[in-house]
Ligand binder design. Structure first.
Ligand code: PEP
Ligand code: MG
Length: 588
């Protein structure tokens, strides 16, 4: 009998998205496979289930209309016809009637029943040996997947199969999928796609889930159950390691844990340079529960509280009261230090399933952030109301994302004033002098920073988008990851101008983009006179250690020299050398 030979070790190079070393078994997520589970309904649940089914039909119809108009522009009449066929299959009265009848008769969930009905229909089409009918089968499969996802609330990749601790391997993870990862079970993850500053990567760092993204083909090479090492420090994934590789990584994991323990000793020490310059070190939060860990790492406040999670983890808009409670809870925990709450930055790749976004060719250049909020004043006002009410529970500030021009600042402030007026008239307490700041993450805002600064209390530089938009390199696309450098000279110059512009107008300037968490950048940022760095919590101790081991005067000299350099390679080499000479440590 032939014995199974051990699987061959495969070393994959990717992008280090979230640090840590993890050894575990693969759990593979397959995006295109829809999972439908059979559920029994109680008699009083049946009418709601039929309503959900009809709602999902409407959502799917709208999505198909959007796709159709795009297809019409891009392909012409033929493209339009493809979606006519899809609409027809979606609205097929026989399928719809049979589904509704069976939900009632069998008292089963809509996705399960619809799946059975369509499968039957699909099988009969498959029997016909004709190109036209085969084309219809493909259309039907597509429509089926889309409608079932909508019945299931827009979720793309159900993680319900994950019953024990494992390393998740997927082609890609959207922010709403990442949000749903259960930290108790997901030890780490690796994806084919994605960049260091893709939202999934940022969330992974927040959730402290070690991860490697942009490996190109791990989801094809790995199978569920394979042994996998994730080296989230160096961006490596080792599939089916040999015993000697395994030993090497067990040792590395021990060293990493030891280093983390040493850094934790800095927790209560100030973030002050050797010659006494303070730079505020605060934390970025993607979820409220991270606040405890942020404080444990020594954060003095929260420089960026991303609020998208509230919208992405629900099936409908959050109620004002619920939102207020969440903000107030975090504000109390970080008080007297600031809690900077960023207003909703959905759109782009963060799309709650219950909000209809148009299908856009360039979503990150499209209807997102403040653009969406200004056009949806009801949603925006409700969030502002919750933030303002929470302002009495701590030191809350408002941060507006994706500002690209002065008019947006005026409009947003106008809406904030309206909400303040409503609260005043209802005699609801809030901080009337709440500080308002804007993100500088769009090049036009950076160029106009001096004028924008006149309108607000602070500026916070978002380097993730600023790099993306300045270099025209999609932050989630591994094929252009080589352009999204860590220290692009163009962006460093922009940062300098923004800091100077803010200071000229008497406002403080912070940075909440991921560059603030990069040890290679710290000395430059200190030298550029940023007032605050808001970093991912786990990165905080190391950044503090660097700040504490140099004088501001020396950091200024280093940043001046770096800013004269013409390429990111040059700057990186220079900074690595500086780092090694001073700290006898190599930066990955
Ligand atoms: C940024 O763009 O730098 C930023 C902090 O915002 P986000 O990563 O949420 O887009
Ligand atoms: Mg941004």
């Amino acid at each position: 009998m032939k014995r199974n030979s051990p699987k061959k070790m495969i070393k994959l190079e990717g992008i280090a998205a979230s640090p840590g070393i993890v050894i575990g078994q693969v759990f593979k997520l397959t995006g295109d496979v829809i999972k439908v589970e059979e559920r029994d309904l109680q008699p009083d649940e049946i009418s709601q289930e039929i309503k959900n089914f009809n709602k999902a039909l409407e959502t799917t119809k709208r999505q198909l209309f959007d796709l159709q108009s795009q297809a019409k522009t891009k392909i012409g009449k033929e493209g339009e016809q493809i979606f006519d066929a899809h609409q027809m299959l979606l609205e097929d009265p026989v399928i719809i009637k049979e589904t509704i009848d069976l939900i009632k008769k069998l008292a089963k969930n809509a996705d399960f029943v619809y799946y059975q009905v369509v499968q039957k229909f699909q099988k009969s089409l498959e029997k016909v040996d004709d190109e036209f009918f085969l084309g219809r089968v493909a259309d039907l499969k597509d429509v089926k997947r889309r409608l079932i996802r909508n019945i299931q609330g827009g979720k793309k990749m159900p993680l319900s199969g994950l019953t024990q601790k494992a390393i998740v391997v997927a082609n890609d993870l959207t922010p709403s999928e990442t949000v749903l990862l259960d930290k108790q079970k997901v030890m780490a993850f690796a994806t084919d796609r994605g960049g260091k500053n893709s939202h999934a990567a940022i969330m992974a760092r927040s959730m402290e889930i070690p991860s490697v993204v942009g490996t190109n083909d791990i989801s094809e090479l790995a199978s569920s159950g394979d042994t996998l090492i994730i080296d989230g420090i160096n961006g490596k994934a080792i599939l089916n390691p040999t015993p000697s590789s395994l030993n090497k990584y067990l040792k590395k994991r021990q060293e990493y844990d030891e280093e983390t323990k040493q850094l934790s000793k800095l927790k209560n020490l100030p973030s002050r340079s050797l010659d006494g310059k303070d730079i505020e070190l605060s934390a970025n939060l993607d979820f409220p529960d991270e606040v405890t860990s942020a404080i444990n790492y020594g954060a003095r406040g929260v420089g960026l509280f991303r609020t998208e999670y509230i919208y992405l983890t629900r099936e409908q808009l959050p109620a004002l009261e619920e939102e207020h409670r969440e903000y107030a809870r975090v504000a109390k925990k970080v008080a007297p230090h600031p809690l900077i709450i960023r207003t909703l930055d959905i759109g782009g790749d963060k799309n709650p399933c219950y909000i209809k976004f148009p299908e856009e060719e360039n979503p990150v250049l499209g209807w997102r952030g403040i653009r969406f909020c200004l056009e949806n004043p009801k949603i925006f006002k409700s969030q502002l109301n919750a933030i303002l009410q929470a302002s009495v529970s701590g030191n809350v500030k408002i941060l507006l994302p994706m500002i690209s021009c002065l008019e947006e600042v005026h409009q947003a402030k106008n809406i904030i004033d309206q909400v303040k007026g409503e609260l005043l008239s209802k005699k609801i307490e809030f901080n009337e002098n709440i500080e308002i700041g804007i993100m500088i993450e769009v090049p036009s805002a950076a160029i106009m920073a001096e004028h924008l600064a006149e309108e607000v209390d602070f500026l916070s530089i978002g380097t993730n988008d600023l790099i993306q938009y300045t270099l025209a390199a999609d932050r989630g696309n591994q094929h252009v990851a080589n352009l999204s450098k860590r220290l692009p000279p163009s962006v460093l110059r922009i940062i300098k101008n923004v800091v100077d512009a803010g200071h000229k107008k008497g406002v403080w300037v912070g940075m909440c983009g991921e560059m603030a968490s990069d040890p290679l950048a710290t000395l430059i940022l200190l030298g550029l006179d940023l007032d605050e760095l808001s970093v991912s919590p786990a990165a905080l101790p190391e950044i503090k250690k660097i700040i504490r081991s140099i004088s501001y005067t020396d950091a200024q000299k280093i940043s001046e020299k770096a800013l004269q350099m013409k390429s990111s390679e040059q700057i990186e080499i220079y900074m690595r050398n500086v780092f090694y000479t001073r700290f006898k440590k190599k930066i990955v």
